[in-house]
Design a protein around this ligand. Structure first.
Ligand code: ADP
Ligand code: MG
Length: 704
């Protein structure tokens, strides 16, 4: 592999456009291409031909099985493998892959969470090929499998997955964006789509060390662990010894991803020790979402080969930077024009200004939904932690664009003779830490030249949800803008005052200062911006009347689909916290407590021996340490009991009332876990490191 030029094998495992053109009869290729470009459903008449070509191609590369690859509401991907083999009456096996099998599959995936969307009597769901995302071959130890990206729905048409609503949001965005473009005189664009590049952060930790910790094994994060003297700073010594293994890992990840047609560009440096980042080149949002799943899967698999565990958790180590996923988002026409590109004269670039304002309105009006789209139990440890964006949604624009927006708002104010004060956040806080060079990295939603970077998304999350929300809320503003434009006599003349109105009404969401600062939290409150601190509260946005109305109107989620997602998210939250609490209790009871007690006993032994020594010795320090450790044991026991009691209460609560369970987890289990952790971490700092029963932060992050 390495001796080859990567352009030779890039995409070699993808049934991509070039392969289709080469292998399909001309007319079939043309019809398939049209289907893909227009995002339509595949014509059954050509499906057999496409399926057969796909199978031939896959078998030439060693594939024996195919799978409908889908994204259930667990947030990861699922697949059910079928072989191409069919038996014929004369006991001969032949290979066959029909158009029907390509278009539609029926996994018995009834155990995936459906939030009550599938009653048991109609538990069947089906998968349908999303031909806008090409089929690909997955190679691993079990062989080669043809993967067909699919949507997963119930027979009623209700979406049971993450892809279906994402595709619907792509349509909504396309429809509304085209309406606006037509009003602006753009007659040539046929399609508008979101482009996304998702930067992926992750940790690499030695696999054997991880295996020695129950918490990392079961929860992907450390539930105990005192900070070493050196934290955030990169330890060059450790990095030196690991560098080569990490580099080999990255090289292999890149190669595997390139074969899958993912334009991976690895970056090596991240803030925390053992933390890294992988950035792909952006692509249309549907493909970017599939690709991000492949990135996560590939990283996990390749890590094992190099004796690493790849931690995708948002906060694997307390006190050390967590991991996120920067979701870079822009809107592009089929002619390749980026509608968020300001160009040389942004003030005269009407499409840039309209789309920019549409995003401002969207983010301000639906901040709660955006926040909810990035919420999960893991991200609760990260957002607002002064290393990741705060839980308050605001937008960074930088001075030039901000000033441009301000001027638009002002000009029209003067023209219209409006006397009201410009109610735009930036104006009220001109110099709040504006000189902080790093300020734009602190913003949850930053304009970075020709795209927006949504930085709240958690590292383990699927980007389908956040982008479904983003596409939808922007489609919503565009539809409102287009409605207004429908009634304009002279768009070029009348548009500026509409834009000014939007900026005046929604400019409060713009903040160019340091979003980590306490001052911003206070200022945001004055501006009336929501500051939602945990997932349980955040999820409520999905079932707010405004969200139900908007998603329904745009045809992205029905009310039933939203309620199901709300329930599933809460259920998952409860499961995560419950598993964490149980893992903690096991570690505390069966590992930490016994170790500390035997350490106390050895201190008592030493004290006795020392006081029996043939010479008179001062042993008050030994006794003091013994006392300290013994007090620590009391604390530890007490907090074990408290967490056990909270867990007992949770186990008696009806899971039907998932809201109550989630709130109980947040308000009782999480604080009890915190107390237990404090007690154990305090002991870790005084107990002989030889007796500590698990690899410490020092070892995990900096090596032995
Ligand atoms: P950084 O954020 O580290 O400065 P870049 O700005 O170069 O890095 O790019 C970060 C990510 O943004 C990459 O995945 C890149 O492909 C993606 N990106 C660049 N331009 C766009 C765009 N117009 N739309 C969506 N994503 C983009
Ligand atoms: Mg970035």
């Amino acid at each position: 592999m390495s001796h080859q030029n990567f352009t030779e094998y890039f995409g070699c495992n993808v049934f991509n456009d070039a392969v289709m053109e080469e292998r399909l009869p001309k007319d079939v290729y043309k019809r398939l291409r049209k289907t893909i470009d227009e995002g339509k459903v595949l014509d059954e008449a050509i499906a057999d031909v496409v399926a057969n070509a796909m199978m031939q191609w896959a078998m030439e590369r060693g594939a024996t099985h195919y799978t409908h690859w889908f994204q259930p509401l667990t947030g990861i991907t699922a697949e059910k493998h079928d072989s191409f083999i069919v038996n014929k009456p004369n006991h001969k096996a032949i290979c066959e892959f029909s158009g029907k099998a390509l278009i539609k599959g029926e996994p018995d995936a009834s155990s995936f969470p459906s939030g009550g969307l599938r009653a048991t009597f109609e538990a069947r769901g089906y998968t349908a090929w999303d031909c806008t995302s090409p089929a690909f071959l997955k190679e691993d130890k079990s062989g080669v499998t043809l993967c067909i990206p699919t949507a997963f729905c119930a027979y009623t048409g209700v979406a049971l997955d993450k892809k279906t609503p994402l595709l619907r949001s792509v349509e909504a965005l396309n429809t509304q964006a085209l309406r606006v473009l037509r009003h602006l005189g753009n007659k040539s664009a046929k399609r508008v789509e979101a482009s996304v590049g998702a930067e992926q952060e992750y940790f690499l930790v030695d696999r054997e060390l991880c295996a020695k910790r129950l918490d990392l094994t079961f929860t992907g994060r450390t539930l105990f662990g005192a900070m070493p003297p050196k934290g955030q700073e990169m330890d060059d010594h450790y990095f030196g010894t690991l560098k080569e293994r990490v580099a080999q890992f990255m090289k292999e990840v890149d190669e595997e991803l390139w074969k899958l047609g993912v334009y991976a560009k690895t970056k090596h440096n991240e803030a925390a020790p053992a933390q890294h980042e992988l950035a792909p080149i952006y692509d249309n949002v549907n493909l970017a979402t599939d690709h991000n799943q492949l990135v996560m899967e590939t990283m996990r698999r390749v890590a094992k080969r190099h004796n690493f565990s790849c931690l995708l958790h948002e906060k694997p180590f307390r006190g050390v930077n967590g991991s996120g996923k920067h979701n870079n988002w822009s809107v592009t026409t089929d002619k390749g024009e980026n509608l968020l590109s300001p160009g040389k004269n942004p003030q005269e670039n009407l499409s840039f200004l309209v789309f920019c304002c549409a995003v401002i309105q969207a983010v301000d009006e639906h901040a709660a939904l955006l926040r909810a789209s990035a919420a999960n139990a893991g991200n609760d440890h990260r957002l607002g932690g002064n290393e990741a964006p705060p839980a308050i949604i605001s937008m960074y624009f930088g001075d030039p664009i901000t000033n441009l927006l301000k001027n638009i708002a002002k000009d029209s104010e003067q023209e219209a003779g409006v006397q009201e004060r410009l109610d735009m956040g930036v104006a009220t806080l001109p110099d709040l830490l504006l000189d902080d060079a790093d300020r734009n990295r602190t913003s949850p939603f930053a304009f970075t030249g020709n795209k927006f970077e949504f930085r709240m998304v958690g590292s383990s999350a699927s980007i389908a949800g956040p982008n479904t929300v983003l596409n939808s809320i922007v489609a919503d503003s565009l539809s409102k803008i287009a409605d207004r434009m429908d009634n304009m006599k002279d768009v070029k003349k009348e548009l500026p005052s509409l834009l000014a109105e939007i900026i005046r009404e929604h400019g409060r969401v713009i903040f160019n200062g340091n979003s980590y600062s306490k001052e911003w939290e206070e200022e945001a409150e004055r501006r009336g911006l929501p500051n939602v601190k945990n997932s349980v509260d955040a999820y409520a946005a999905y079932i707010s009347p405004e969200a139900i109305e908007m998603f329904g109107r745009l045809g992205v989620y029905s009310e039933q689909e939203l309620k199901a997602r709300y329930d599933i998210k809460l259920e998952k939250y409860v499961k995560v916290i419950n598993i964490e609490a149980k893992s903690m209790l096991q570690m505390a009871k069966r590992e930490i407590l016994p170790a500390v007690i035997s350490y106390a006993a050895s201190l008592a032994d030493s004290a006795t021996k020392l006081s029996n020594a043939p010479v008179e010795l001062p042993i008050s320090e030994t006794k003091a340490l013994l006392l300290h450790v013994s007090e620590g044991v009391q604390e530890l026991s007490k907090s074990i009991d408290a967490l056990t009691a909270a867990e007992d209460t949770l186990s008696t609560m009806s899971r039907e009332n998932v809201e109550a369970c989630a709130k109980f987890c947040r308000d009782s289990i999480c604080p009890a876990m915190d107390t237990l952790r404090k007690a154990a971490d305090a002991l870790e700092e005084v107990v002989d490191k030889k007796v500590w029963p698990m690899p410490t932060y020092e070892v995990l992050l900096f090596g032995e």
